[in-house]
Design a protein around this ligand. Structure first.
Ligand code: 13P
Length: 263
């Protein structure tokens, strides 16, 4: 099955809504050849909650092909949960995607696999595609346990998720040691774990479902490294942090095919 690559930019805690609007406009202009730039690749950005309404307005008014979503979602439907943002609120803002279980959420907000599973469910309950983030820290990588560690996170995040939802999930393999460090995983490192994730999906569900699920790589992705990563059979896109804040650089990443020539 041909999987449509997904290049998603996680803006993290950066850009106010005016800067976000400007950045989306610039990105859309750089990728203005919609027939060419969006024919076989989905491009998405994940701004702060405070920018979502502005981004929605811009994307709708100018019919931009850029997709967007949030960086987090509440596991709760509504109620006394101060500071939380519900899936229904994100859906009203037209979010296509939401990142779930990013390592920064796991690390700084103590999100467990159970919480990640609840948020994955909350996303699907509201028609939003969760980008489930998994990946090992440096100590685990040094011990050579990256595959088993990451697969346990996949098991946790997808616990109880029926096949008719799992077929649409996106999984992002983001080794923590590669995030924001400039130390991108080698294509072989990325392939090892992304391939293992697909293998686990085949075990949890079936081979056909696993074949259709997009598995992304994230961690210091740049335009100079994307083509080699995308050449791996089980890497279906990228979750880009720092480099997605620069529209020129992010557009080059989205156009990875242009620099795959000569690999
Ligand atoms: P960097 O691309 O800045 O390393 O961040 C990766 C990431 O965490 C995306 O979610």
């Amino acid at each position: 099955m041909a999987r449509t690559p997904l290049i998603a930019g996680n803006w993290k805690l950066n850009l106010d809504h005016l800067e976000a609007t400007h950045t989306v406009q610039k990105l859309a202009w750089l990728l203005r050849d919609a027939k060419h730039d969006f024919a076989d690749v989905e491009v998405a950005i994940l701004p702060s909650f405070t920018s979502l309404r502005s981004v929605q307005t811009l994307v709708d008014a100018d019919r931009l092909e850029v997709k967007y979503g949030a960086q987090d979602i509440s596991a709760h439907v509504s109620g006394a949960y101060t500071g939380e943002v519900a899936g229904s609120q994100l859906a009203k803002l037209g979010c296509d995607f939401v990142a779930v279980g990013h390592s920064e959420r796991r690390q700084y907000h103590a999100e467990t696999d159970e919480v990640v599973a609840s948020k994955t469910k909350a996303a699907f309950d509201n028609g939003i595609i969760p980008i489930v983030c998994v990946g090992e820290g440096l100590d685990i990588r040094k011990a050579g346990d990256q595959v088993s560690y990451t697969l346990a996170q996949v098991d946790g995040a997808l616990a109880g998720l029926p096949a008719d939802r799992a077929k649409d999930v996106v999984i992002a393999y983001e080794p923590v040691w590669a995030i924001g460090t400039g130390e991108v995983a080698t294509p072989a490192d990325a392939q090892e774990v992304c391939g293992a994730i697909r293998g686990r999906l085949a075990e949890l569900y079936d081979a056909e479902l696993a074949d259709g699920v997009r598995v992304l790589y994230g961690g210091s992705v740049k335009s100079s490294s994307i083509a080699q990563l995308m050449a791996e059979p089980d890497v279906d896109g990228a979750l880009v942090g720092g480099a997605s804040l620069d529209p020129e650089e992010f557009a080059k990443i989205a156009r990875f095919r242009a620099h795959q020539v000569g690999l």
